[in-house]
Design a protein around this ligand. Structure first.
Ligand SMILES: [Zn+2]
Length: 654
């Protein structure tokens, strides 16, 4: 900086220009200054690469150690490393802003763009506020982790008694997940579990309010108007355009969701009675087998289209192989690896098998939540799981290896390019492959014995998939809508809960049983990603992209016939399409990456709709004569105990 300034001064002095130099001279001078600046930016980017890589390797190593060996020491160590990296990035972003308006080479330009959006929680430069923000964020996440609901007015304090009266999230969720079992919890028991968990987030409200203020301040310092705008800036289009895009995608899938909602509601209404589940209103939030009603797989037995079809019980198949000593936990990962090598990808590096955590260690606490890593950003691939030989983990292994194979294709790029084309891409890769886990593929693996014999079997499989993937879409869409509206100030703290439920009604068609929840509650805090400040739109995008990727691979493989019958297992042409996209990492705007693989430059949910065509036709038939859609006024029919929810007017489905 200094050097550059003195240089340009010398230039002016040396030429002894007249007081008002002609425009051509001025332009010439500006050009020289800009070129100097651009050269300086290139050097800045190169130094940034070295520094960032050093800091990120340190913090990711500390994170890995922490996650596989939880102690106070490893936690403190990881926090310190992260703090160093964050402080550095904050400074680097400020410095990068001095190159604004200068014509840079494309690679430097892209690196600076990615640098700016690399933090989901930018801190204000004021040191006191920065510390306050870090503490607030840590407290919020801590509250979520420690959340416990104690029944019968029990006040925690005595370990023995606490155990008897208090339940944590997994225990409360277990109540909801048993909704289809023989000893299923009643309507009221489910409500009590749901209500209990939503008590725990009340105390987050003032902390969250402060987090919004401070992080908005941090965002403003680097340009955007608020944090939501910063998050929406990470998609190679304007924040406003991105919001419109997510609406467009949602509208592509909404008709399918409305049909699923209508059908499931009908079944629940039959089971619990029309006084509990109105046949034309929203579904009570606690009845879908999941704390957030985000995935409905647990109600499958209640809504199974055809009984007596051959079971697709993959878990039984896996357990059988285990008993015959033909499969162990690493073997499950080998099945996933084989899918990728069958597409023409390299085997996982030997270090993957040495360094990964496949099973839960006996001697220490670890984080079992599955994750995939490149710890040193140099093809140092690992997964961290506590594998069980069941269907869920077979799918999870493919999902995690999707991340690993993405890492493997781009690790030679600068660290800032070592990420997905946008954050939805990374989550979608493994999932796209799991769409190729067709019944036929499972039979070839020896995991099931009989194929579904006719269309009835297909409808059953699609219903099962839809309860997970279609049911999730409105939830995935609304979480960040709520945060965008909060960060922008459109929704003040006095309306946090009201707005949350207005969006849940609008998108999901669900509502709290027993009337409106007042502002004494903070129901958004009952979902991990809110207190943990993890942006959520990526999961919505991933659910849509995975079908778009699947369709592109099926086209490359020359698949004929309906999309849901396609498996690309063993197809090299499909693999090379995928590879071409993965190799780019984030080095190019995401529409370029998408085009390489799919020929399209827009995200597109039509592949998802195609995939579920058999189910959609079937649902439309079943729902004939029903009033699908929902309206606020037809909400849960028990009389509200407080004032009724002022929900946004909602269009009924059809
Ligand atoms: Zn993932």
């Amino acid at each position: 900086m200094l050097q550059l300034l003195s240089l340009s001064c010398a230039l002016v002095a040396g030429n002894m220009p007249p007081p008002n130099p002609p425009p051509a001279v001025k332009a010439e001078e500006k050009k020289i200054v800009d070129e100097k600046k651009a050269a300086e930016a290139r050097i800045f980017a190169a130094t940034l690469e070295t520094d960032l890589k050093r800091l990120w390797v340190r913090s990711s190593t500390a994170e890995w150690i922490k996650a596989t060996y939880i102690t106070d020491d490893t936690e403190r160590n990881a926090a310190a490393m992260n703090e160093d990296a964050m402080a550095f990035i904050g400074q680097a972003i400020k410095k990068s802003l001095t190159y604004k308006g200068i014509k840079l080479d494309p690679e430097t330009e892209r690196m600076l763009v990615l640098l700016k959006v690399s933090q989901s929680l930018p801190a204000p430069s004021d040191a006191t506020k920065r510390t306050e923000l870090a503490n607030t964020a840590a407290k919020l996440e801590g509250l979520y982790g420690k959340g416990k609901f104690c029944a019968d007015g029990h006040v925690p304090g005595n370990a023995e008694a606490d155990k008897k009266h208090c339940k944590d999230l997994s225990e409360l969720s277990a109540v909801l997940s048993k909704v289809s079992e023989k000893k299923a919890p009643s309507y009221e028991e489910q409500y009590e579990a749901w209500r209990g968990w939503h008590e725990t987030s009340k105390e987050m409200r003032p902390l969250f309010t402060r987090l919004v203020e401070l992080s908005n301040e941090g965002a403003k310092e680097i340009g955007p108007k608020d944090l939501g705008e910063l998050w929406r800036s990470a998609y190679d289009m304007s924040p406003a355009e991105f919001e419109t895009e997510t609406d467009r995608l949602w509208n592509q899938v909404k008709p399918l969701y409305d049909q699923l909602h209508c059908y499931v509601r009908g079944k629940l209404s039959t089971k619990y009675g029309a006084d509990k589940v109105s046949a034309s209103g929203p579904i009570p939030a606690h009845l879908l087998g999941n704390m957030w009603a985000q995935e409905w797989s647990n109600v499958y037995p209640m809504v199974e289209p055809y009984q007596g079809q051959p079971s697709l019980d993959v878990t039984a198949g896996l357990q059988k192989l285990k008993k015959a000593k033909k499969l162990d936990e690493q073997g499950l990962v080998r099945i996933g690896e084989k899918f990728f090598t069958s597409l023409g990808f390299d085997p996982l590096p030997p270090t993957f098998w040495e360094r990964s955590q496949f099973t839960k260690p006996q001697d220490r606490d670890v984080v079992c939540h599955a994750s995939a890593w490149d710890v040193t950003f140099s093809n140092d691939l690992r997964i961290k799981m506590c594998i069980k030989l069941d269907e869920e983990d077979l799918i999870t292994v493919h999902h995690e290896l999707g991340h690993n194979y993405y890492f493997m294709q781009y690790w030679q790029k600068p660290v800032l390019f070592q990420q997905g084309a946008n954050d939805g891409f990374h989550e979608a890769i493994g999932d796209a492959l799991t769409l190729s886990i067709t019944p036929k593929y499972l039979k070839d693996l020896g995991l099931i014995e009989t194929l579904p014999k006719d269309d009835k079997g297909v409808i059953n499989v699609q219903m099962k998939d839809a309860l997970e993937k279609i049911a999730f879409l409105p939830f995935g869409r609304m979480i960040d809508q709520w945060r965008w509206d909060v960060f922008s100030g459109k929704v003040p703290p006095s309306k946090y809960n009201e707005h949350w439920w207005a969006l849940r009604l609008k998108y999901q068609g669900i509502a709290p049983a027993k009337g409106a929840r007042g502002e004494a509650f903070f129901d958004p805090g009952a979902k991990y990603h809110i207190p943990a400040n993890v942006p959520y739109m990526r999961y919505f995008l991933a659910r849509i992209l995975q079908f778009q990727f699947h369709r592109a691979m099926c086209q490359a493989a020359g698949h004929q016939g309906p999309l849901h019958t396609c498996s690309v297992y063993g197809n090299k042409a499909a693999g090379s399409k995928l590879k071409a996209m993965l190799e780019l990492g984030a080095s190019k705007p995401w529409p370029d990456a998408l085009e390489v693989m799919t020929g399209q430059r827009q995200m597109d949910a039509s592949a998802l709709v195609d995939y579920f065509a058999p189910l959609q036709t079937w649902l439309a038939e079943q729902n004939k004569g029903q009033r699908c859609g929902w309206s606020a006024s037809a909400g849960p029919t028990e009389p509200p105990k407080t004032e009724p929810a002022k929900a946004a007017p909602t269009k009924t489905g059809k």
